[in-house]
Design a protein around this ligand. Structure first.
Ligand code: LLP
Length: 463
């Protein structure tokens, strides 16, 4: 198969590794609703629009690169999770995916709870008015100061991650004259089908207390003896960007097994279990994520079945989706700087951001889609690699993508599904200021996190 339209004319079947795109999509201007925020489309001139606003206008007003977030989509997804789980379960949005005060307010209004994992996330949540009892505090190494702040604020639960933390939280709560509601995070020994760096339930890693060898049971035994703690349940998070429900099934089976052991040993039934987050989203058309109602149904059925078999009353379930709520709601808008065809290989398209606004491709080999946004084009597809402006060759935003062969400097391109773990993992590498988050809703656009400036960077440099 040859691709004559491309100036460098590569045989793309030869250069693409297995599993990546092997042929250009039929229509390069088409926008697959799986990967784009719900209000994204093209206007009559072919310009990408979101919430009725065209991206050329957004670029002019807010500059590039910029994360453009569809508020209606965020709220709809948050609501879908809330509705799917109903009143017998709790949905905690995982703030690590992306957090800002506006997001906290939306979550509050839509009836979701919030999972935070650092003092900074906690401060953001509290400053935006999330009631403390709807906050869960996570982390494998919470500092004593963070713990004290969380206990004083009255967070709804602290998820205990180690034997030392059990004692530490109990001590701090007791010294404040409080009894802190806690869950104990266990590792159930599941190998989740995802990238090694984001799998969290196998035993050889830093999170949680292993179920193996009776360690989790021992953790519960110790926690139950401490006056400063009210043990409300068990927590398990198996990993992230997971499509296959079988890992959750095994996790639920093992968590319920522990609840049964606890009942048999201590005569108490812990009232809650948390199955974490980790549900995958579509980054490309090849991904097929499940809808929240399917996930809710599957998880509820698994837990109910396991509890019936163990003759336990069904505990209240909670889940912690982050990516599945915010991921699809945003895209990153970049301006093309240079277009460099490499004979026999591919065309390198450099944009005005890169690994500082999206580290996921470099870190996890993540796959993304991309589209020409400032216009449509009927030019033949060319095989591209979208790269950033940083000083390393691993600075890749989209490894393999087809863009129109007439792509030129000054064009705007958009990378969808960048709502999760992009702004929240952004850096200042090469002293590149971090992009803003611009929210579009009901025909208007506004900044919720402003662009960093060179003054911001210099303000920290006090030497
Ligand atoms: N709950 C706990 C305890 C977690 O550790 C996480 C994610 C979540 C919930 C939310 O997971 P989600 O539903 O968003 O998959 N930076 C990586 C992802 C790291 C996830 C860390 N924990 C990435 O960009 O793929």
């Amino acid at each position: 198969m040859s691709r004559s339209a491309h100036p460098a004319g590569p045989r793309y079947a030869d250069v693409l590794p297995e599993g990546h795109y092997s042929a250009p999509p039929a229509d390069l201007n088409a926008l697959d609703p799986k990967v784009w925020a719900r209000t994204v489309g093209r206007d009559e001139h072919g310009v990408l629009t979101v919430g009725g606003i065209d991206v050329k206008q957004l670029a002019e007003e807010f500059g590039t690169p910029a994360y453009i977030l569809d508020e209606a989509d965020f709220r709809a997804r948050a609501r879908a999770w809330r509705t799917a789980f109903g009143s017998d379960a709790d949905v905690f949005y995982a703030g690590k995916a992306f957090l800002s005060r506006a997001v906290v307010r939306w979550l509050h209004e839509e009836g979701l709870n919030l999972d935070v994992c650092s003092g900074g996330e906690l401060a953001t949540a509290l400053s935006a008015g999330m009631p403390a009892d709807r906050i869960a505090f996570h982390g494998n190494n919470k500092s004593p100061a963070e713990i004290e702040r969380a206990v004083r604020a009255g967070v709804g639960r602290i998820v205990l991650d180690s034997f030392q933390e059990i004692v530490r939280v109990a001590h701090i709560a007791q010294s404040l004259g409080k009894r802190q509601r806690v869950q104990i995070r266990i590792t159930v020994g599941v190998e989740a089908h995802t990238h090694e760096f984001i799998a969290t339930a196998h035993e050889d890693q830093k999170f949680g207390i292993p179920l193996a060898g009776g360690q989790a049971a021992e953790a519960v035994r110790r926690a139950l003896q401490l006056d400063g703690l009210e043990v409300i349940g068990i927590h398990s998070h198996i990993g992230s960007q997971i499509f296959d429900m079988s890992g959750f099934e095994v996790a639920a089976h093992r968590v319920v097994g522990l609840l049964r052991e606890i009942r048999d040993e201590h005569g108490i039934e812990l009232p809650e279990i948390d199955l974490g987050g980790g549900l995958g989203i579509a980054y490309t058309s090849d991904d097929d994520p499940r809808e929240p109602h399917e996930i809710a149904k599957a998880l509820t059925e698994i837990v109910t079945r396991e509890c019936e078999a163990a003759r336990l009353s069904t505990p209240r379930i909670s889940v912690e989706p982050g990516r599945a709520i915010v991921g699809p709601t945003a895209f990153t808008l970049y301006e093309v700087g240079t277009v460099k065809p490499l004979e026999g290989l591919r065309t390198y398209v450099s944009v005005d951001g890169g690994m500082s606004d999206n580290i996921r491709t470099a870190l996890y080999d993540a796959e993304y889609s991309v589209a020409l946004a400032s216009r449509s084009s009927d030019a033949e597809p060319m095989l591209c690699r979208v790269v950033g402006k940083h000083c390393e060759s691993g600075d890749i935003v989209v490894r393999d993508a087809f863009l129109p062969g007439d792509l030129a400097p000054g064009d705007l391109i958009a990378v969808p599904a960048t709502g999760a773990y992009c702004r929240s993992m952004a850096s200042n590498y090469n002293h590149v200021p971090r992009p803003p988050v611009v929210v579009v809703d009901g025909g208007g656009a506004r900044v919720i996190v402003r662009r960093e400036t060179e003054e911001d960077l210099l303000r920290l440099d006090v030497g």
